[in-house]
Design a protein around this ligand. Structure first.
Ligand code: UTP
Length: 297
């Protein structure tokens, strides 16, 4: 059976209201952790996992995102002339080959499921990945690569999953667990944003998926779900109802919810401390800040 995963959908058409007013003119995905936009982390993870075709589902006001992936010949020429070879290398690593990126528009923000379904005509009959750029995952082996390796064994549909506290389950899609085998969790149900106290487990779905074309077909019929939006979770849960396999994958790595301010700030600190050229100065600053705060209490 062909279990190649070579296409990834990046739904980036959301309004990003939690970062207003910044997102009035800057797409959330262009906001930077240290010096790299969120979208670059997502692209690097996808490339490392063997993805060859990158499909962006965008919306009005996101042209900065398309510009980001254009070549910058003038900038490259001036860096070359100035002998700034390291920076040139950094810049060139962001280049994408012509024909590997497609941009589609979601005209109305009708939900994540709807955004994914906008790309269905480009998918064909192979399984594909979905990456939410809000979820930045640091770890030795990129999360999507871990999942694609596991998927070679399991087939079916697969979602990245992690434990959250019971108070947080109502913000996520949550798995109803049938069975567990190491990091692989077989699901017998899935519910999007369960009301407080009703979650079937504390295993939350986060923004990495490997899905089959059948999930796209399900999206055509699921209708609106939680929050009045067309939910990807509902289309995946439909697979379980139809008797097909859906797995959760407990990935190895630290996930930052960069769609929230607190998560974005935590990621900024973690990624800055991971950089050799920043670590000492930044750690000293954080220690001082901590001391000032303790003294003020
Ligand atoms: P979020 O739920 O984080 O929504 O979407 P958002 O609009 O990006 O941000 P807030 O909540 O207003 O601050 C999760 C992911 O789904 C995409 C978003 O771009 C994000 O990557 N999405 C969401 C779409 O592409 N289209 C939609 O209609 C909704």
């Amino acid at each position: 059976m062909n279990r190649k995963v070579s296409k990834a959908i990046f739904p980036v058409a959301g309004l990003g209201t939690r970062f207003l007013p910044a997102t009035k003119s800057v797409p959330k995905e262009i906001m930077t952790l240290v010096d790299r936009p969120l979208i670059q982390y997502a692209i690097d993870e996808a490339r490392a996992a063997g993805i060859e075709d990158f499909i962006f589902v965008t919306s009005r006001g996101k042209s900065a995102l398309e510009d980001y992936f254009d070549l910058a010949p003038d900038l490259e020429a001036s860096l070359e002339k100035a002998g700034k070879t390291e920076l040139l290398e950094v810049l060139r690593n962001t280049n994408m080959d012509s024909g590997t990126i497609a941009y589609l528009r979601q005209h109305k923000a009708l939900g994540l499921g709807h955004a994914v379904s906008c790309a269905s005509k480009l998918i064909g009959d192979e399984a594909f990945a979905v990456i939410l750029t809000d979820d930045v995952i640091a770890g030795e082996k990129p999360c999507l690569q871990q999942m694609i390796e596991a998927y070679q064994e399991t087939g079916g549909a697969m979602v990245a999953t992690m434990e959250v506290s019971p108070e947080q389950t109502s913000s996520y899609g949550v798995l109803d667990i049938a069975d567990q085998n190491g990091p692989i969790v077989k699901a017998k149900g899935m519910v999007e944003k369960p009301a407080a106290g009703t979650a079937p487990s504390n295993l939350a779905v986060i923004g990495r998926y490997i899905l089959t074309p059948q999930v796209l077909a399900n999206l055509e019929t699921v209708g609106r779900g939680a929050g009045g939006e067309i939910q990807l979770t509902d289309a995946i849960a439909e697979e379980i109802r139809a008797g097909r396999d859906v797995f959760g994958y407990r990935f190895d790595g630290q996930r930052y919810d960069c769609g929230s301010k607190a998560g974005f700030l935590q990621a900024t600190v973690a990624f800055a401390l991971a950089r050799d050229e920043l670590r000492d100065e930044f750690a000293e600053f954080l220690t001082q800040m901590h001391a000032v705060q303790q003294a003020a209490q």
